[in-house]
Design a protein around this ligand. Structure first.
Ligand SMILES: Cc1ncc(COP(=O)(O)O)c(C=O)c1O
Length: 498
């Protein structure tokens, strides 16, 4: 199994919810040897060993707070002198990558929480510039919207406040939006949740049985890589095509080989790549899934974030009436309004409602008022949101063109991020180097189930950076340093994804 798969099976629970699993000397030695790709440690050996441990932490193979093996056990397992391991641990501690607890051992610490294990939304330690999360802050006018929404509060206060499937007004507005986009929908088909992540969890609960497989794109929204195992299912990677995340032939082959019960897709301004699935690819993918008996779970969280003018393809559900769709106001409005939803196929409404009740018994009533007000009249605030994202897109593109002309930087037509290709496969090492300079970076491997995308970093359009040029320069300096210092493992040539 790939190394990242192992993380999700055994260590993904290091979201802070479950105590982290200690890593044995044998396991750490095998991860380190795989990382070194058969090459001997460069001199000085202790520094190379410390770098290799940092790299495993950054790309998620070792989680936050994992207890490292004793120096003696690791030196035996690696065939290294005890002094080398002792000095490597000392360097990790001195640099803030580990902490020693008397009598208990040495524990990994990930500055900037750049590993899989921690959510990018958890406040970061020692990070001045946080590029890990693609999450928006509010545009001007949001407070006024919230005040308008609260005008409907007195009527609500007369009821019990619980709305297990959602406020009727909100369900109506959401259904109208689908119908306007070309997918006729009734309010009964809408189940309101506390955000899109909760909507995804509800569909997994309703549809997935222990041991099932769930297919995901490569790359995909990182949190889904944890949600699927948490639902008792296994992640199966849908391979990317040569020019796009989506390749209907690859979907057909994967579905035939792995028979997943569900396929999670982000066709609209895909996170992290920003790609938009064409109508043709939607039709082809829907047909490939149907042929294999796999249901689609379509995440439309980013559908409103079109940055350039142009027509939108029809919703995926038009090609796949049996698909589930999830959406949210987190990206167009604000993640602090915890409202999302599932649009259910008519045959699955009861199952989704029942699953939703086992998770919690309703989203916040006040948040639902705000979401309904926003979704009924989104244009003004959405216009400001898109303008801010465009400004940031231009700033990143200009800054990177000036200092990183060899990096693969494509202009996304929508979404919240740039999916940047580095000339060499050193994104985890780059993130480690950036973290020591106070910059938290999301690396490609965090978004893949198979450990691929070591050559990618995701740069958010949501960062409010005073000086994008300075941050771009810092990243390039860190990159050059990593490549100059490079090992055989990091210097291997690689094909860019697209
Ligand atoms: C594709 C995608 N789906 C779901 C979510 C989570 O959204 P919410 O805040 O509504 O739970 C995100 C947030 O980054 C996302 O990018």
């Amino acid at each position: 199994m790939n190394p990242i798969g192992l993380v999700f099976d055994s260590q993904f629970c290091e979201t802070g919810l479950v105590p982290p699993v200690p890593v044995t000397a044998g396991r750490l030695a095998s991860l380190l040897l795989a990382q070194l790709d058969g090459s001997p440690l460069e001199r000085p050996a202790y520094a190379s060993l410390a770098t290799a441990v940092r790299t495993l932490a950054v790309d998620g193979r070792l989680g936050q707070d994992v207890r490292l093996p004793s120096e003696r056990d690791l030196s035996t397992a690696m065939g290294l002198s005890r002094t080398t391991v002792t000095r490597a641990y000392a360097e990790l501690i001195a640099d803030g990558w580990a902490r020693a607890q008397q009598g208990a051992g040495t524990f990994l610490r990930i500055p900037g929480s750049v590993g899989h294990a921690a959510s990018p939304l958890v406040p970061l330690d020692g990070v001045e510039v946080d590029l890990t999360a693609a999450a928006v802050s509010c545009v001007p006018g949001t407070s006024a919207l919230i005040e308008r929404a609260m005008a409907d509060l007195p009527a609500l206060l007369r009821g019990k406040g619980y709305q297990p499937v959602g406020l009727p007004r909100l369900r109506e507005v959401i259904a109208e939006r689908y119908t306007r986009r070309g997918l006729p929908t009734t309010p009964d088909q809408v189940v309101v949740t506390s955000g899109a992540m909760s909507a995804i969890a509800v569909v997994l609960r309703a549809q997935v049985r222990r041991g099932d497989r769930v297919a995901v794109e490569t790359p995909t929204y990182a949190s889904v890589l944890g949600a699927v195992p948490a639902a008792g299912a296994r992640v199966v990677a849908l391979p990317a095509g040569p020019r796009s995340v989506w390749d209907a032939d690859a979907v057909r082959a994967t579905v035939r080989a792995s028979t997943p019960s569900l396929a999670y897709l982000i066709p609209d301004f895909h996170n992290p790549t920003g790609e938009l699935m064409t109508d043709e690819a939607r039709a082809g993918t829907a047909a490939a899934l149907r042929a294999g008996g796999t249901l689609a779970l379509v995440d439309e969280s980013l559908v409103d974030l079109r940055l350039d003018p142009g027509p939108m393809p029809l919703p995926f559900g038009v090609h796949s009436p049996e698909a589930f769709a999830v959406g949210s106001v987190s990206k167009p409005l604000w993640g602090g309004v915890r409202v999302g939803w599932v649009r259910c196929p008519t045959t699955q409404v009861a199952a989704v409602q029942a699953a939703r009740l086992t998770l919690d018994i309703g989203a916040s009533a006040l948040d639902q008022l705000v979401a309904a007000e926003f979704l009924a009249h989104p244009d003004e605030l959405l216009g400001l949101r898109l303008e801010a994202l465009r400004t940031m897109r231009t700033a990143w593109l200009d800054a990177l063109a000036a200092v990183a002309p060899t990096w693969d930087v494509r202009e996304p037509t929508g979404g919240l991020a740039l999916w940047v290709g580095l000339p060499e496969r050193v994104a985890p090492e780059l993130a480690a180097a950036a973290a020591t300079r106070g910059v938290g970076l999301a690396v490609g491997t965090q978004f893949t189930s198979d450990g691929s995308a070591r050559e990618r970093v995701r740069l958010p359009l949501t960062a409010t950076l005073e000086d994008v040029d300075a941050v771009a320069r810092l990243l390039v300096t860190a990159y050059d340093e990593v490549v100059t210092r490079g090992t055989a493992a990091t210097r291997r040539p690689f094909p860019l994804i697209a």
